[in-house]
Design a protein around this ligand. Sequence first.
Ligand code: ARG
Length: 464
Amino acid sequence: MSESTNQSWGGRFSEPTDAFVARFTASVDFDQRMAQHDIQGSIAHATMLAGVGVLSEEERDVIIAGLKEISEEIARGEFEWSVALEDVHMNIEARLTAKIGITGKKLHTGRSRNDQVATDIRLYLRDEIDAIDAELTRLREGMLGLAEQEADTIMPGFTHLQSAQPVTFGHHLLAWQEMVARDQDRLRDCRVRMNVLPLGAAALAGTTFPIDRHVTSELLGFDRPTENSLDSVSDRDFAIEFTSFASLLMMHLSRMSEELVLWTSAQFDFIDLPDRFCTGSSIMPQKKNPDVPELVRGKTGRVYGHLMSLLTLMKSQPLAYNKDNQEDKEPLFDTIDTVRGSLRAFADMIPAIRAKSDNMYASASKGFATATDLADYLVRKGVAFRDAHEIVGKSVAFGIEQQRDLSEMTLAELQQFSDTIEQDVFDVLTLEGSVAARNHIGGTAPNQVRAAVQRARDALASRA
Ligand code: ARG
């Protein structure tokens, strides 16, 4: 590593930066990830500067040609990053000057690394948001496809992880889809607030050059320039908002993961995950472990951690830019990588789930899942709900003793508990009758599941 003082700001220094301090304060190892967006921002800045007469057209053209060459060097992996040059911004600027000479030094006119980095993060994050948005759509489509396919498949619905009432597997999958749909809404909200241009704020107060921020904003695809220069260079609330979205998404994926892990166990045996999403054990030959959902469940923790890091990073920071903010990148980047990896795994895996419908059905037949249906039946025949509850409770106790479900009892046996019960009771005691009866918007009836799939597809198509 070079011992010399950084050429970009060394003018007032009388000794070189301590070698350890140079390494300690450098960010190039991680912020080089934003290199292409830094160049994109610089090209727009140079274009705007030429438009307002601060650069000549020749200077603009030489700068842009140099930046494009650097962009290719980076893409080819040939660019030599230097820790002595601290960060991505100064590495690229130094390379530009090495290539085109003195004109390269004019690029930084009317801007600062403070507004530059705030712009780069937004440009970079915006592309990542769009990629994540597409993956969310793919995941939702996969869930809807499987929900449609399994609209008639009956499984036990749980509360307290105890068998509660029968539901359809399609209905369960649509619950997942709703969670992801809200996450996608939150991501889009975050993008709206993030998509404003901080460039032009310069170090903190703006610049004395006659810049046109509307031009730069338009060139970079932002909705408008930011309103306040101090705020522009300092706040990272947009990164916190993105990480909040990511935390909620991971929370949802962890819940789905937990269910997938349970369902693939020998004890539940509700689904089969294809071998390509699982791994074996080096000692137990029979094992097929649901590693992908387990890992996604585990990765939720690091995203929550990054949210707390970013909140704490911003806490109590005085205006305007502080070096603290350099610490925003690693948590943000790792959040992006974790979310993209987890979403890719889920979007690939969900459509490949195979339901073991016979096992689901057998499980739903145990645990007196139609007890509420019997109570509702009695109420329809004029019994007060509390009395009906009592009658069914006694029937269930009898069933536990006899080791038989309600639907497996004879009419005479059921009539011991209430003479209101008649032959038509068996229509509601079947699992099919139970799910079909919940026939309203948001209910588990198979035709409602199919209608909900259609509505969700229409909503996806209208927002794509
Ligand atoms: N690497 C810095 C960051 O990530 C760029 C801005 C540096 N500005 C400064 N005044 N030192 O925040």
